[in-house]
Structure formats: C-alpha cells, structure tokens
Design a protein around this ligand. Structure first.
Ligand code: SF4
Length: 383
C-alpha cells in the first residue's frame, strides 16, 4: 500500500487513501483483464446506452479505451465537447481527475460525469493543494504584494485551484493560450503567480514574452515563505509554483543530443511542459494539439522525435507510417495515472450505467463551480 511504502500510487484501483485522489477503492468487481469478451462487452454496453452516453478520450489514453471514445482531444477540447452535448446524460471521461472536474463544471446539473478509475489523478495537479496556495497568498498579502499579483492556473489543476484564481481576479490557461493569458494578466497586475507547472510558466515568459530567467522565481510550497526573500518577490515578475509533469519533466537536454546523434536530420518537437533547457534545444515546441497538427502537415519521409506522452507518440507513429516518428527518450515512459483507465475499468463503468448505477461520479460543489467558471470564462474571453 502507498501509505506503507511512501509510493504515490496504489496497485491498479485497489486500496484507499481517503485524503487523496491518488488511491481510491473501486467500489465493485472489476472484470478480469484476461476476459476475452471485454471489447465486446464494452461495445454492447455502449450500444445499450446509445445517445444517453458520451465517451471522451484524452490523447494520452491507452488504445484499448481510446477505441471507444466518441471524441479525442486535449483536456480543454474535451471539456468543451462535453459542454456541447447537453443531451448526453452520462459523460464517461477517459482521462484524469482534474479533467473530469472541468467537464462537471462546464456541463449542466442534469449531466453526470464518470471517471472509470478514481485513482486516475495527476501528479502535477497534486503538487498544488488549496491549503498550500492559500498559504502562499497569505504570505504575499503579508509582504504587501498580493494586490499586484494575478494568479493564473494551468488547466492541469484541481477545481479548487481554478476557483482560487477566479476569486482572486485570475484566470485559467491551457498550453495553447498561455501567452495570451499572461498578456491579459500583465494588463491587470504587475506580477503573476503561475500554478502549478513551473515549466510552462517559465517557457512562456522567457521564450515567448521576452522576459529573462531572473524575472522568474520559484515558490517552493515545502519551505517557509516559499524559500524566497521579500526582495526576491519584489523583483520577480513571474512567481512560478514548484510543480511539474512527471512525464514531460523526464526529458533532458541529453535526450535531445542523443536523438540527434541517433537520427540524422531529425526534427525535435516537444511539449511546453518540458524543462526549459529541453525546449531551448528543440526545433519546435507546442501543445498536444499543435504536435498532432505539425505531424499531419509534415512531409512524407521526414523524421521526428517527440517529447510528450508515449501512448500519443505510439499512436501518431501508427497514424503516419510515411513519417519516421519516435519517442524523444530511450527510456519509455507512460503517464502512470492516465494509464489507470484500462478496459476492465471502462467495461465496469459502462455496464454499471446500463444497470442504472452511476459509479465514480465526479461532482464539484456549487461555490467551487461558480468561481472556477469565472476563471475559465476569463480564459474563454481572451482575444
Ligand atoms: S501527463 Fe503529466 S500533466 Fe498529464 S496527467 Fe500525466 S502527470 Fe498530469
């Protein structure tokens, strides 16, 4: 168990930590992964539910569940797609917890959002808890700086962090519109508190907005006052939260050097959640949707090393066999929490819905929904 070993995850949906979304019991009997009927069972359950059901699949999901998705996309596109289907009674979200929360925020009260395995959290989202962020804000207030600071949170954060931004004059952003969200934020205030991904914040500020690395400081929630002096906070323009994606954070500058040696003429294309030194060495940087579009448009025979989640890279290599597409690193790395949603969990969730039992429903309370929506609407209103 995680509590005994200190490991962040539990074995596939078993055991529970009531204080975290990382390990939560699956309250039912999962079909065995070896059941040869699983694909047929999922197909039949989906057919029985018809238009009452809408299945969303994030790009980083396994092929075994993606085949049942009505639409695939990044987290924001999927939340929008859920909102565009008010007739669907059940939204089954093959993704992670914060995505299902966003879908619940953007859909009607009559719609029920289901996450097939509650243990599908996100380690990045978990790096900024509400209490930690409140503590940071209080420190900024004590330093007399909070009224100059606009909080901006990446979509990859829990609903209560989005609501915190909504309450305090801030907004949400995605990896596609981070630059526009920051431009907007700097029109409202002199500094930005960027949550929870330091790399997206730094890469956008330095590479797209012309700030220097010295304009950025990192708030460490595990140290008193974030480990920063008052002078450092006063000088900073970007206060970056000390969070990162465990998948994109694994790529290193050496991964880029290594792939250039192995594959002559390779184009290196990475996600902005990668470290700054990796992005600096890459040829192209962009969101998941940007990566897909770039490869769609790439000439046949071109070579690409992609720095993003492995399920997506494998699928892109299969989709575009005329291009030489490989994973940026030699070591394979899936997002372990995304991978929690497997076919047994999907079958269990769908068959439960057929029986009238809504399992693993994700609900965000009314006050959090209101303020998170304020922050999301500010993003949607960006030019
Ligand atoms: S890929 Fe990274 S940001 Fe996305 S869910 Fe996994 S840990 Fe979170």
């Amino acid at each position: 168990m995680a509590a005994q070993t200190g490991l962040p995850l539990y074995v596939l949906g078993r055991d529970a930590d009531p204080h975290s979304e990382k390990g939560v019991d699956c309250p039912g009997e999962l079909p065995p992964a070896s059941d040869p009927e699983l694909v047929e069972r999922a197909r039949k359950a989906k057919e029985a539910l018809g238009d009452r059901l809408f299945v969303l699949g994030h790009h980083y999901q396994r092929d075994e569940v993606i085949q049942f998705a009505d639409v695939t996309g990044d987290s924001f596109k999927l939340a929008q797609q859920a909102a565009a289907r008010p007739g669907a009674e059940f939204i089954v979200f093959c993704g992670v917890h914060f995505m299902a929360e966003s879908a619940d925020i953007l859909t009607t009260d009559a719609q029920k959002v289901v996450l097939p395995d509650l243990a599908a959290g996100c380690s990045m989202a978990d790096m900024a808890t509400f209490d930690q962020v409140e503590e940071c804000w209080e420190a900024l207030e004590d330093a007399g700086l909070a009224d100059q600071v606009i909080p901006v949170t990446y979509m990859n954060s829990s609903a209560d962090i989005k609501a915190f931004c909504g309450r305090n004059g801030g907004a949400v952003c995605t990896s596609s519109n981070a630059r526009r969200a920051l431009d907007w934020a700097f029109e409202q205030g002199r500094k930005v508190l960027f949550l929870p991904d330091q790399h997206l914040g730094r890469n956008t500020a330095v590479l797209e907005m012309g700030m220097s690395l010295d304009d950025c400081v990192v708030w460490n929630p595990h140290r008193p006052d974030g480990g920063l002096s008052r002078e450092q906070l006063e000088r900073a323009r970007m206060i970056l939260w000390r969070g990162h994606c465990s998948v994109h954070g694994r790529f290193t500058a050496e991964s880029v050097d290594d792939v250039r040696e192995r594959i002559p003429g390779v184009n290196v294309l990475v996600h902005p959640e990668c470290r700054h030194e990796v992005v600096l060495k890459a040829d192209h940087v962009g969101s998941t949707e940007h990566i897909i579009k770039t490869l769609e448009a790439a000439p046949a025979g071109s070579s690409w090393a992609i720095g993003t989640e492995l399920n997506l890279v494998k699928r892109l290599a299969q989709t575009f066999p005329d291009k030489n597409i490989s994973f940026l690193d030699r070591t394979v790395c899936y997002c372990s929490t995304m991978n929690r949603i497997d076919l047994p969990h999907l079958v269990w969730a769908l068959e439960s819905l057929v029986l009238g039992d809504v399992v693993n429903q994700i609900t965000v309370d009314a006050d959090t929904t209101h303020w998170a929506k304020v922050a999301l609407d500010r993003m949607l209103a960006l030019p």
